[in-house]
Design a protein around this ligand. Sequence first.
Ligand code: FES
Ligand code: FES
Length: 161
Amino acid sequence: MVKFSVNGQPVEFNADPDTPLLWVLRDSLGLTGTKYGCGRAQCGACTVHINGEPEFSCSVKVADVSGKRISTIEGLAATNPVAKAVKGAWIDKDVVQCGYCQPGQVMAAVALLAKNKSPSDADIDAAMEGNLCRCGTYPRIREGIKTAAAALTKKTPGSVS
Ligand code: FES
Ligand code: FES
């Protein structure tokens, strides 16, 4: 048995421990927001957070997440300021085209901004390079990240730096 948590809820998985985490999320838990793209760690559609780090869930065995915290796109709480800023920016900048890659893009962007609220272009490139988009929304993704970063670092009236 493999025990871990998904979006704050305890999970026990009793089948083959070599099962990819992506299959457990989608097929066993019904969390279909995380997408299956290539299945070979080459597209980023399946990106989730494992103990806060962005990982390709298609290429992680469920046995390897024993005792760890998994977050999926469904678990991005509205109360999480980074998630809120990214979701707002994605809407504001109309980032999404077909949408297929976007859960993975959002998870990668949230992981970046959780650590670095003022990413440079190079930081954004490095953080997002594993997430492909067939629709070519890269310029809007970059703008969305910058918009979210600006919202997260906005000074309130009367504040001093
Ligand atoms: S489906 Fe996991 S990286 Fe493509
Ligand atoms: S929005 Fe279509 S694949 Fe990225």
